[in-house]
Design a protein around this ligand. Structure first.
Ligand code: F6P
Length: 342
């Protein structure tokens, strides 16, 4: 059997480790052939491939990014896109696809599976916003990178008696902010799920300063919005999945905090830094187990599924369950972060 593989959407640490595990078991144990599609769904539309073999996937475990490349191309938004995807599969004699990505990539995989394409999905996104899995590959590394940055910002914040605003990715789900906020001992964490009140934020910071602590760390997810406010947009660009490009709430917050409190405030935007670099040990293990489970699912014909972590087990779930609704920060989890608010 020949199997196609692609990585789509925003990249994250661990994608290469998934590719390596799929090929190691698929080619090594089952004798399958693989075709790598370049730049996500675009590779299937344009017929752009790269060879995937035991040799070309050697040494990938710790490598960040994706050797396949990625894009935010949506075949359902390209004229004749879906037909071209199917034609490319026919041309390459590919019988099944392994789609690696987040909600957009797996959303397309789900739609294609409804049209009869044999697909297995692998949940990878730093945002951790896919449902039906306890975590997505890449999330843990992003949290670790954000936490390392917050640790460093702590010392300089303290030296200068400053408020440090740390903006992290998280468009609709504030998981990175919430986890890194707890891990890094943030004094305020703002997430998209809970619109914030600037006056309340400033009052908390002022209280902390009145208690004699002259510095504070505020972690804000890029998608966080003020109560009764609108989203702060860097520009009006919208991608093929209809997402507006964010990045700017930190820059809006810092002067507002400084003006209201009089505390010197600085902003650090971690942005794409969180998507880069080598995966943590945990993400390498998750990626490896996800990759093995994905090729096992293909081997047993368990299509229209997504591999998922449930407790400590890797299982398969209907791909629809992963993309039906976003996994957002729930009130109970946010309350744990709030317990340490200034
Ligand atoms: O992949 C999800 C994500 O990391 C979001 O948190 C963020 O809003 C987006 O990617 C940024 O995407 P791009 O790299 O296309 O600007």
């Amino acid at each position: 059997m020949r199997i196609g593989m692609l990585t789509g959407g925003g990249d994250c640490p661990g994608l290469n480790a998934v590719i390596r595990a799929v090929v190691r078991r698929g080619a090594g144990e089952h004798g399958y052939d693989f075709v790598g599609y370049r730049h996500g769904w675009r590779g299937l539309i344009d017929g752009e491939t790269m060879p995937l073999s035991l040799e070309t996937t050697h040494g990938l475990l710790a490598r960040g990014g994706t050797i396949l490349g990625t894009s935010r191309t949506n075949p359902y938004k390209v004229d004749g896109g879906v037909e071209r995807v199917k034609a490319t599969m026919l041309r390459d004699e590919v019988e099944a696809l392994i789609a690696i990505g987040g909600e957009d990539t797996l959303g397309v995989a789900h739609k294609l599976s409804l049209e009869g394409v044999s697909v297995v999905g692998v949940p990878t996104t730093i945002d951790n916003d896919l449902s039906a899995t306890d975590c997505a590959c890449g999330f843990h590394t992003a949290v670790q990178t954000a936490t390392d940055a917050i640790d460093r910002l702590h010392t300089t914040a303290e030296s200068h008696d400053r408020v440090m605003v740390v903006e992290v990715m998280g468009r609709h789900a504030g998981w990175i902010a919430a986890y890194a906020g707890i891990a890094g001992g943030a004094d305020i964490v703002l997430v998209p799920e809970e619109p914030f009140d600037l006056a309340d934020v400033c009052e908390r910071l002022a209280r902390r300063h009145r208690r004699g602590v002259g510095y504070s760390i505020l972690v804000v997810a890029e998608g966080a919005t003020p109560k009764a406010g609108t989203m702060v947009l860097q520009d009006g660009d919208v991608d093929a999945f209809g997402h507006v490009r964010l990045g700017g709430i930190g820059n809006a917050l810092a002067p507002a905090i400084e003006e209201r409190t009089g505390f010197e405030t600085r902003v650090t935007m971690l942005g794409h830094v969180l998507r880069g670099g080598t995966p943590t040990a945990y993400d390498r293990v998750i990626a490896t187990r996800f990759g093995l489970a994905a090729i096992d699912a293909v081997h047993t014909g368990a299509f229209a599924t997504m591999v998922a972590l449930r407790g400590t087990d890797v299982v398969t779930v209907p791909i629809e369950d992963g993309v039906a609704e976003l996994n957002t920060v729930d009130e109970r989890f946010y309350a744990d972060a709030r317990a340490f608010f200034a």
